[in-house]
Design a protein around this ligand. Structure first.
Ligand code: SF4
Length: 625
């Protein structure tokens, strides 16, 4: 087999046993990798209604057909499980170095079930596996955990996906992190790892995946290195990271502010990528084999001193801890980012939960009696950073917020749900649907809850669609449209964006993302060079269709209904400030768009995949009889 290793590691933590399975070649070609591997095992090997934080949940780490090739962006891995935050399909992708190392160590994926009676970590080296005792590192923060495992191995190049105290404490949005700043952030998969008493997966490999045409792979790498600097957006991202998006979004009136009440933040310059660049930036770095190096490392000073080893805040983190909480101090935001990386928390959900608490305090739904005396007002940076720690350790009100905004609002009562900004229980990313209704449609429909990396970001398709013609997209669509033509655009782009998750490649390196370099048609060529297949864009996109339908089937099996395919009521009300003041999503239009999406997806009016749709996608084994 070329590209893949042809081996999946299966671990049963309850029995402390593991086996290596070698799926048939057709399995790889049909499902491709990434989230599809996870979905396959969830659907095949779990019973309806199982507990996400119990032994029956299956946690899958997986890679794509060309992961580990020396190409920019081919360095990601997916993690999939039933999400403790949503109760449905949970997924998160991360870059860094873990995925290539797993491939060098001989595996394409790891499938973990059961719960260990004692804390353990997995040690994987060149095809060999051990389940090692982790009692001495249980309770440690991420940096100390990484150091201890590397010291025990006597090897600083061991790559480790691990959890911090938040995962151990089963905070519902705990993350998994590698290299202390590449994060499988969303869906609470760190809590699933914690529930299994699995502190870390450490991998080291000295093998190299076999590619059908290494010469062609080298040719693509050369082409990328000669061309990426011709793209001004990519050069901008290389300098400012995703933090460079703060000012453009603020100018467009779409920087989520004050728990999504407003779309502009008057102190946006203070929290911008430019501000970071001019004050606390000490270095940039990047994932395996990527010359763009879009990740920042910052060193903020007292009282919010940070260690550059934890990286620096991404745009999403700045939005969540900055404008959303109306905190204008970039040092405090950087410190909150560091705490999340040290404790193992998703920065988006953590910031959203804090902004939710702030609004509850402002509206007198919570008082200082319930917040342990903490004055959690918008703009209070000290309270914000204190809350991050309280959430990680479930102290005081942190225990309530550790459940996510949906459950926290249910427990608080008093109409608090109006301030809980989530879809299917997952807190919203920092992209305002009232100026990007296509993003709103995708938020409403994404199987894993609101996800900005599966969505058509509307402004990019308002005047020209030349770059996405290969996907079959023929006409520009008005950015504020929520009509049938927008739903069609969302559908076509969703397939592409999900395919990139299935292949486990970085969307920042590939068109149509604003700073993409590889073209759409280069991707099947790369997959063919790696695997020796004769695949096509059409065949690859069918794997994305499988993904969408399998995720939908899983969610419906677990009790999610079409009622959850919607947005928080806040977005049906007008934005209060900025150039988009007065913009809103019309609820009836969103409902119509969701129905249209069902129809063009081959689903029933209740959003259930039709049998003919599943048959067309060769998913007959998942058709209910
Ligand atoms: S563009 Fe950034 S996130 Fe993507 S692979 Fe390169 S360094 Fe990693």
């Amino acid at each position: 087999m070329y590209g893949f290793n042809g081996k999946i590691l299966r671990v049963d933590l309850s029995k402390h046993e593991y086996t290596v399975v070698e799926p048939v070649a057709d399995f790889y070609r049909k499902y491709l990798g990434g989230r599809n591997f996870g979905l396959y095992f969830l659907l095949k090997e779990t019973e309806p209604g199982f507990e996400p934080l119990g032994p029956d949940n299956i946690l899958v780490f997986s890679t794509g057909p060309a992961t580990g090739a020396p190409l920019a962006g081919f360095s990601r891995h997916s993690v999939v499980a039933k999400s403790p935050l949503t109760g449905g399909f949970g997924e998160a992708e991360a870059g860094g170095f873990f995925a290539p190392e797993l491939r060098f160590a001989g595996f394409d994926a790891i499938v973990i079930k059961g719960t260990s009676p004692n804390p353990v970590y997995l040690w994987i080296q060149d095809g060999k596996t051990e389940i090692r005792d982790a009692s001495n590192i249980w309770g440690l923060k991420t940096k100390e955990t990484q150091e201890a495992i590397r010291e025990e191995a006597g090897d600083p190049l061991v790559r480790i996906a691990l959890i911090g105290p938040a995962g151990e404490n089963q905070v519902k949005y705990a993350c998994i992190i590698n290299e202390l700043h590449y994060v499988n952030g969303r869906s609470g998969l760190g809590a699933v790892m914690g529930s299994k008493k699995l502190k870390a997966i450490a991998v080291r490999g000295h093998g190299k995946p076999q590619y059908k045409s290494p010469q062609k792979i080298r040719g693509f790498a050369k082409w990328f290195s000669e061309n990426w600097k011709k793209n001004s957006s990519t050069v901008f991202r290389s300098k400012y990271g995703t933090a460079g998006s703060v000012l453009p979004l603020n100018q467009d009136g779409l920087l989520p502010t004050r728990n999504f009440i407003k779309g502009t933040f008057e102190y946006a310059e203070q929290i911008s990528g430019e501000k970071i660049h001019d004050t606390i930036l000490v270095n940039t770095h990047g994932c395996y084999a990527c010359p763009i190096r879009c990740k920042l490392s910052v060193k903020a000073e007292n009282p919010y001193e940070t260690d550059p080893i934890y990286g620096g805040p991404e745009y999403e983190t700045i939005g969540a801890f900055g404008s959303l909480c109306e905190v204008d101090n970039i040092n405090a935001i950087s410190y909150a980012n560091q705490q999340c990386n040290a404790y193992g928390l998703d920065t988006i959900s953590t910031g959203c939960c804090i902004a939710f608490a702030m609004e509850c305090i402002e509206e007198n739904i919570l008082t200082t009696k319930e917040t342990n005396g903490l004055n959690i007002r918008f703009g209070n940076a000290d309270a914000m950073v204190k809350l991050v720690e309280m959430i990680a350790y479930r102290k005081g009100i942190g225990d309530l917020l550790a459940e996510g905004v949906r459950k926290a609002a249910e427990k608080i009562g008093k109409n608090a749900e109006q301030f809980a900004i989530h879809v299917k229980g997952k807190e919203l990313p920092m992209h305002e649907p009232r100026g990007k209704p296509g993003v709103g449609v995708e938020y409403a429909l994404s199987a894993s809850g609101a996800d900005h990396m599966q969505a058509a970001h509307d402004p990019a398709f308002k005047t020209s669609v030349e770059k996405v013609n290969p996907l079959g997209i023929l006409e520009p669509v008005d950015r504020l449209s929520l009509g049938d033509e927008k739903v069609r655009l969302v559908k076509y782009l969703e397939r592409w964006w999900l395919l990139l998750d299935i292949l486990d490649v970085c969307k920042f390196t590939i068109l149509p993302h604003g700073c993409g370099v590889f073209t759409i048609n280069q991707i099947p060529e790369i997959i063919n060079a790696a695997t020796g297949w004769d695949t096509s864009l059409q065949e690859l996109l069918l794997a994305a269709d499988r993904s969408i339908n399998m995720a939908r089937l899983f969610n419906q099996r677990e009790g999610l209904t079409e009622k959850e395919d919607t947005l928080p009521a806040r977005f049906f009300k007008p934005l209060q400030t900025g150039p988009r003041k007065g913009s809103k999503i019309k609820e009836n239009q969103l409902k119509k768009a969701v129905k249209k999406y069902y129809q063009i997806s081959g689903w029933t009016p209740q959003g259930k995949p039709e049998k003919t749709t599943l048959h067309k996608l060769y998913l007959d084994e998942f058709i209910e009889t």
